[in-house]
Write a protein that binds this ligand. Sequence first.
Ligand SMILES: [Zn+2]
Length: 84
Amino acid sequence: MKLLPSCREVRERLTDYSEGSLTFRERASMGLHLLLCSACAAFYRGLRALPGVARLLLSPEDPPPAEASRALQDALRRIRSRPR
Ligand SMILES: [Zn+2]
């Protein structure tokens, strides 16, 4: 991985990044890109928000708080508006 990976490289590895299964150098490169690139940073926040939101929406006893559906809509909007 180059010192500053492309948006495409970053997005392909975001899952690994959030799971911590990258080398220190790869994590540093990803982190640097996420600091500099607001589109990828938004994409990463959306990705991280999704599992928690899905869990909230799937529990039938507790209706999802307004905050959770807002977070889901935000995440989906960010994912839809990502550059190709
Ligand atoms: Zn980017």
